[in-house]
Structures are given as C-alpha cells and as structure tokens.
Design a protein. Structure first.
Length: 166
C-alpha cells in the first residue's frame, strides 16, 4: 500500500524538479544564444577570485570534506555612454567540484586585465564575457529532459512498479 503512494509521488517530484531544471537552463540558453549577436564594449576586470564553499555531508560513514568552487569575476564596461558593472562570465553554470576548471577562468580574466563584454542592447546592465551556448547549457537541458521523462515513465508505469516492489 505504501509503495502505491510513494511511487507516484516520486514520479511527480521528478517531473516537477525536471521542469524547474529545464526552465532555468532554457532561460540561460535563451540569453546565451541571444548574446552571440549582442554589441560589445571594452571591459576592465575589477576583481577575479575563486569562491570556495563547503558542501554539507549528510553521510555519517563518510568523513570526506567536499567543496564546490565558483569563479567570481567582476568587470566594468561602458554601453551607450553609461558605466556598468557585470559579474556574468557566461550564461551557464560554472560552479563545480573541479577546481582546475574554475581556476582556468581566473587565469583567463585576472584583475586589472582588459577584455570584451557583450551586453544586451535592450537592457545594457545584462552582460557576459563569453557569449554563446556552452556545453553546460546542453548538459542542463539534457538533465531537465531526463528528469521529466523519468517522472512521466514512473507515473505511467506506477501500477507495475508498485506491484513489483511490494
């Protein structure tokens, strides 16, 4: 009886989480694609550092400490004669446990260096240093679709799953 309730709830959770992931990554992908044709301006890197955040470990049998790293880059640019500051490197997640990957952005955009910022002509306060779609955009969209499909399959086959797990 318990599994007859839990299986559809698991499917519903997967669908809802899949929709959330898909929505967030599709918004990023929309801006990523649009940014390829945005105007650009000279930009100066004001600050560049790796942010390190410790992940909470809920497994009492695992005493390893894990971290997630993110590249924090702050830059200034001028669009239509107005000064702006931005922090987006690209419209895709950069946070990861892969420190060398994150450090590659810090090396590419050291404080004090000059680069190019691509800004939204309709809203110049939105800017990015690396326009276009990236592998992580595709990975996020794929993850959202997979979660959605798994949830739908769980709902469709809930009777079979509930019987075989009982």
């Amino acid at each position: 009886m318990k599994s007859k309730i839990l299986v559809p709830l698991g499917g519903l959770f997967s669908i809802l989480f899949g929709l959330l992931v898909l929505l967030m990554t599709l918004i990023d992908a929309y801006y990523a694609i649009a940014s390829s044709s945005w105007p650009h301006a000279s930009a100066r890197i004001l600050d560049s550092r790796v942010q390190k955040e410790e992940l909470k470990n809920t497994d009492k049998n695992d005493d390893r400490v894990r971290f997630i790293y993110n590249a924090e880059v702050k830059y200034s640019y001028k669009a239509d004669g107005v000064d702006y500051e931005g922090t987006s490197i690209r419209f895709a997640a950069i946070g990861t446990g892969d420190l060398p990957f994150v450090e590659s952005f810090i090396k590419k955009y050291p404080a004090g260096s000059e680069t190019i910022a691509y800004y939204n002509p309709k809203d110049p306060k939105i800017a990015v240093l690396e326009p276009g779609i990236h592998k992580r955009n595709v990975m996020g969209i794929s993850a959202g679709i997979i979660l959605l499909v798994v949830g739908i399959l769980i709902i469709l086959f809930r009777n079979h799953l509930a019987v075989t797990r009982a």
